[in-house]
Design a binder for this molecule. Structure first.
Ligand code: GLN
Ligand code: ZN
Length: 783
């Protein structure tokens, strides 16, 4: 009997798959790293010369095969190919177009690993190409360097090869290409090229190559091609918009006979761009983000070209929450009413590259919390379930399990903390500023701290040795006792304190030896946070980050840093900086809950950090640094939304320290130098001292002040680059400081490296800091 019912079920499910194979579902793109970062390890082993190119290719091919199979098994109709990459999809496009900068010595032919990885990572004689953030994600792409001299040629057949590879496995895919206009808009003029050179003028030179690729794909049997044109969500001018109309008209004859999807993501498409996009020639379907694109639904309601397909991105590719299937289904039905029954395709809001890979590997996660989550593998299943439901074949069991999980998330006591909600709500609208202005405070602080001019300090972390990492790991695994752990960390702090005293640094740090990561360390001690074991997301190349998950109201059960900071302060008579991560940075480097606005979550974190700041002050810590390394990262993609973000972000920072005494000096630190456009917001943070990365772009930063921005707080633009093992000389550092002195008042300038020293070795840190202090002393005698 058992066997019988089993086989009937099998039959039914087989019938099901066959029938629903054709449901309209689509995935924009998929993570490449693998569920356990297989690609990362394969890449690094290849780079280290420990394995061969064939080994790497084998790992990559296996990953691709399993991803395609997984999507096919789930029933996805439009499965992407060419979203795999050994490093980055924009670099892949540069390779496809043969746009290799001459310094890499490429002599034509198909681009292989050597040239490809040299562009990505540099080689013994040539540095890498520049890398920058992909829109507002934490993914970084390699910026194409173009100019009038570039001789484009079809130099990487990857898109076609991967299409054929999937086809050989029996999987029909949609090859994905970075669209020609977005590619140019994301490029920069190569060194030496006139700034006035228009990158878009290269369109006529790259389209012939796109035509070759498309023609080959068509010959190989492709029926759909996806062009990613995400720059359409940015603020574009009419000239830039025209480039889209022009490019796709040019491509029209080549594209005929194929279905063409233009995919956008990360925001809604502005009204003007929407008009341009939906009137493009030769296009079959348009993809939109319905998650971040808050106005997308209204745009569609306002009109959608008849006979075209709408790829509705209702499953969030940027987060880890399970979809609210009932809500999505209702959106989809509304859309269907507008665009027509067979014209709607259920999709993800963007590539799943920006979410974690597979929830199946989260064996340590709390069961209830786990039921609220969906990583890439689960999102694929959600997309298909929605497509089936939309066509009238709802999987009732799947939907009701989802509804139950949604309900449990809404009502779970672990999500809601009334007191926190109330306290955060009370913050809105009010200002939260310290009682006196910054110059009054600096005077009061100077009386107490008695620092020399050009005071020296560091950003927080000191080198993290293998031993140190082992101690932390063993403590976590309960292999060593708490006493042993404390002893080891104390010893490390003592070493760092003594070193700084020997170097004669003025304001000391404890070195952060107890911290694995500046966000995780705090998240682990706050309520409302959960952590994954394998929830990795690609940041760049083989590098991945594992953001904590903020699932509930945030509160601080007890002091987080006071123990170590007081211990460190007791070892020296010099001021010891308390070291905290700010609320905006904690927010921007986590997976944030989607059931309340981001600013509310940020205010809650701010209140927790405020308690910590006040406890540090009570414990006698007189200088407290609150890092906002990632404040700029959260800046929205569109100008019209910047002011709102900056307002609550800066407010959150001020909340953390508005209650301290005048004599308590608040520092903040930022990991970027291009803050010219947000300088007024940074001043509005009202910190007493700001240390910022600067070493790679002196001129840019100083130009703000040269232009007469009034700035009265302390400022420490980094005097040397900690990202490089190079040891700067005293003269070089003194020279830099002199340049700063030409623009900034002597009494506000601080001398410090440009970021934490965590990734460096002592052999580099000691001489570098020693030269830094020597430079400050030298200049003091001259002032
Ligand atoms: N205090 C941190 C450190 O020194 C700051 C790190 C950062 O800015 N990313 O490591
Ligand atoms: Zn930094």
């Amino acid at each position: 009997f058992h066997t019988l019912s089993f086989s009937t079920n099998r039959l039914a499910s087989l019938h099901f798959t066959l029938r629903f194979r054709t449901m309209a579902s689509h995935i924009v793109g998929y993570p490449r790293m693998g569920p356990k970062r297989e690609l990362k390890f394969a890449l690094e082993s290849f780079w280290d010369g420990k394995s061969s190119a064939e080994d790497l290719q084998k790992v990559a091919a296996d990953l691709r095969a399993s991803i395609w199979k997984q999507m096919a098994d789930a029933g996805i109709k439009h499965i992407p190919s060419n979203t795999f990459s050994y490093y980055d999809q924009v670099l892949d496009t540069t390779a496809m177009l043969g746009a290799v900068p001459p310094r890499y010595g490429w002599n034509g032919g198909e681009i292989g690993f050597e040239t490809y990885f040299s562009m990505a990572r540099g080689n013994a004689s040539v540095p890498a190409m520049e890398m920058t953030k992909w829109f507002d994600t934490n993914y970084h792409f390699i910026v194409p360097e173009l100019g009038p001299e570039v001789k484009f040629s079809y130099a990487s057949h990857k898109a076609v090869i991967e299409f054929k590879e999937a086809k050989a496995l029996g999987v029909e895919t949609v090859p994905v290409l970075v669209g020609p206009v977005s590619y140019l808009l994301l490029s920069k003029p190569a060194k030496g090229v006139d700034k006035s050179f228009s990158l878009l003028s290269l369109i006529g030179k790259i389209l012939p190559i796109y035509k070759e690729v498309v023609t080959e794909l068509k010959a190989a049997g492709a029926t759909w091609i996806q062009f990613d044109e995400p720059t359409l969500v940015k603020d574009l001018d009419s000239h830039q918009l025209q480039a889209f109309s022009h490019a796709y008209s040019e491509l029209e004859s080549t594209l005929s006979g194929l279905n063409i999807l233009i995919e956008t993501y990360f925001a809604d498409v502005p009204a003007e761009a929407y008009k341009t996009l939906t009137s493009l020639k030769g296009v079959t379907g348009f993809g939109f983000d319905f998650i971040r694109g808050t106005k997308t639904l209204d745009l569609i309601k306002g009109g959608f070209p008849s006979g075209k397909c709408l790829f509705a991105g209702v499953v969030d590719g940027r987060n880890i929450w399970a979809n609210d299937l009932a809500a999505s289904l209702s959106t989809l039905k509304t859309l269907e009413g507008i665009v027509g029954k067979d014209k709607i395709v259920v999709s993800t809001s963007c590539s799943l590259l920006h979410t974690a890979v597979d929830l199946v590997n989260e064996t340590k996660l709390d069961k209830e919390i786990k039921s609220w989550l969906a990583f890439a593998a689960q999102k694929v299943v959600e997309v298909n379930a929605l497509a089936k439901a939309l066509s009238g074949h709802k999987d009732e069991a799947f939907f009701s399990a989802n509804a139950a999980a949604q309900a449990s998330r809404k009502s779970s006591p672990r999500v809601t903390n009334e007191a926190v909600q109330k306290a955060a709500a009370a913050l809105k609208g009010s200002d939260h500023r310290r009682a006196t202005n910054v110059s009054t405070r600096l005077d009061a602080q100077q009386k107490k701290l008695n620092l020399p001019i050009l005071p020296t300090t560091t950003i927080g972390s000191f080198p993290q040795t293998m031993d140190l990492r082992r101690v932390r790991r063993e403590f976590k695994a309960k292999k060593i006792s708490e006493d042993e752990y404390i002893r080891a960390i104390k010893e490390e702090i003592n070493k760092v304190v003594k070193l700084q005293e020997e170097l004669d640094i003025d304001v000391l740090v404890h070195g952060e030896p107890e911290r694995n990561d500046m966000v995780e360390y705090f998240g682990e001690q706050l309520s409302g946070f959960a952590f994954t074991v394998n929830g990795w997301v690609q940041s760049y190349g083989s590098r991945c980050v594992k953001p904590p998950i903020i699932y509930g109201d945030v509160s601080r059960p007890k002091a987080m840093t006071v123990f170590w900071s007081s211990m460190a302060q007791s070892m020296t008579s010099r001021p010891m900086k308390g070291m905290l991560t700010g609320p905006v940075t904690i927010l921007n480097w986590s997976f944030v809950r989607n059931d309340q606005p981001r600013f509310e979550t940020c205010y809650q974190i701010a209140l927790a950090i405020k308690d910590e700041v006040e406890d540090l002050e009570k414990a006698g810590i007189t200088v407290i640094q609150i890092d906002e390394a990632a404040l700029r990262e959260g800046l929205p993609l569109r100008k019209s939304e910047e002011a709102f973000y900056l307002d609550w972000a800066v407010h959150s920072f001020r909340i953390t320290n508005c209650g301290v005494k005048d004599t308590t000096q608040i520092h903040t630190h930022m990991c970027y130098s291009n803050f010219n456009d947000i300088i007024h917001s940074i001043i509005d943070m009202d910190a007493d001292v700001i240390t910022i990365e600067n070493s790679r772009s002196d001129e840019k930063l100083l130009s703000v002040f040269r232009e007469g921005v009034k700035y009265g707080a302390g400022i420490g633009p980094g005097v040397y680059d900690i990202h490089s093992p190079r040891i700067p000389s005293t003269e070089e550092i003194a020279d830099r400081i002199n340049k700063m002195l030409a623009v900034l008042e002597t009494n506000i300038l601080w001398v410090n490296p440009d970021c934490g020293l965590k990734t460096r070795k002592y052999a580099e840190v000691k001489p570098a800091l020693s030269n830094m202090v020597a430079a400050a002393k030298l200049l003091r005698t001259q002032l």
